[in-house]
Ligand binder design. Structure first.
Ligand SMILES: Cc1ncc(COP(=O)(O)O)c(C=O)c1O
Length: 379
């Protein structure tokens, strides 16, 4: 089944009670037991809920896995995956990851005896050198947030698997329409479902998809034990959103491509970070492992031009955190999404104070270009 069909049909079974075509919202916390210890089918919604199961099944199909797990946020999903690690374990993580992931690893997991080394995950020597006897996981984002760097997943997975490590890939920026990491060697795929999967900036959610039965059992146990599951209402909303994922991402891709080209040729722009640009150092790998280059790009103005004036001059691009919604957003990672990373670490990792990140929406590209043009003209 092609992914454009899967987003609409996967995981959907007619409701056995009524024949409803759309899975009903089972807004219940618990289920009746016909006799003591003998529940009819389900026991308690933290463990089992048909509305959540429906969206989990769609995500498992879209990511080419065998099991999907829906969480109340991307961070809860990431936390569940990192809970596979135990005290004394070590993980290797990309230098360019979402600020919240950095914070979780460096300020929460570190207190639990789990250590981490941050490296450029696309540098095989750096990954190899960071491996310690207790290294259990390679965690990467590709394309990364906010520099849109691409990691060669098969290459990184090969190195990690030789050392018996689990490979987890945050696929939020690509979405399963543009990239399916499990096909490229990853063991676990993660999402902030808040972004492209939800697509309308109206819910917070997260996903984990697995294919190996051992990891599936472990994540299932962690999800049920720690909680943080997606509610029935939000499961329904998310599942509704997924039906248009392929259509939306197609437009995100083409709009971002057009905007990146425009910015790349603009004299007031010093640098554009977008793997779809032929002159991007990430282009070749992206072309090899992605079906589209995504709707995210970052840029730097030429020295001397004021970033604050630029982002505040936008009319259509809303100055806001988050990404992946139908509406275009713009932000400055240093003071917004990545503010939790110490400045020295941020600068070392190439995230300058002036970097601007753009989530290109699905509006008319003519209107988006016009807005960008008028904002640049004000500088
Ligand atoms: C790449 C990436 N992963 C994970 C997250 C965290 O997701 P959430 O905000 O849904 O908890 C974000 C949030 O911006 C993100 O950009």
């Amino acid at each position: 089944m092609q992914i454009e069909t899967a987003v609409i049909h996967a995981g959907i079974q007619e409701d056995p009670l009524t024949g409803a075509v759309i899975p009903p919202i089972y807004q219940t916390s618990t289920y009746h037991q016909a006799e003591l210890g003998g529940h009819v089918k389900y026991e308690y919604t933290r463990g089992e809920n048909p509305t959540r199961f429906a969206v989990e099944a769609v995500m498992a199909t879209l990511e080419h896995g065998t099991a999907g797990f829906a969480f109340s946020s991307g961070m809860t999903a990431i936390h569940a995956v990192l809970t596979l690690l135990h005290s004394g374990d070590h993980l290797i993580i990309g230098t360019d990851v979402y600020g919240g992931t950095f914070r979780l690893v460096n300020r929460i997991l570190s207190n639990l005896g789990i250590t981490a080394t941050a490296v450029d995950t696309n540098n095989p020597h750096a990954v190899q050198e960071a491996i310690q006897p207790n290294t259990k996981m390679l965690y990467l984002e590709t394309p990364s947030n906010p520099l849109l760097h691409v990691t060669d997943i098969p290459q990184a997975a090969k190195i990690a698997h030789q050392a018996q490590m689990i490979v987890a890939v945050d696929n939020t920026f690509a979405s399963p329409i543009n990239q399916t990491p499990l096909d490229l060697g990853a063991d676990i795929v993660l999402h902030s479902g808040t972004k492209y999967l939800g697509g309308h900036s109206d819910l917070i959610s997260g996903f984990v998809v697995t294919k190996d039965s051992g990891l599936t059992e472990q994540i299932k146990f962690i999800q049920m034990s720690i909680g943080g599951v997606l509610s029935p209402q939000d499961s329904y909303l998310l599942q509704r959103s997924l039906k248009t994922l392929a259509l939306r991402v197609e437009r995100h891709n083409s709009n971002a491509n057009r905007l990146a080209e425009y910015l790349n040729n603009h004299q007031k722009i010093a640098k554009v970070y977008y793997p779809g640009l032929i002159n991007s150092p990430d282009h070749q790998i992206a072309q090899a492992q992605m079906n589209g280059f995504g709707g995210m790009l970052s840029l730097e103005l030429v020295t001397g031009l004021d970033t604050k004036t630029f982002v505040e001059s936008m009319r259509l691009f809303t100055l806001a955190e988050s990404l992946g919604g139908v509406e275009s957003l713009i932000e400055v990672p240093a003071v917004m999404t990545h503010a939790s990373i110490p400045r020295s670490v941020r600068l070392e990792n190439g995230i300058s104070d002036e970097l601007v990140r753009v989530s290109v929406g699905i509006e008319s590209i003519d209107d988006l270009l016009e807005d960008m043009q008028q904002a640049l003209a004000q500088l």
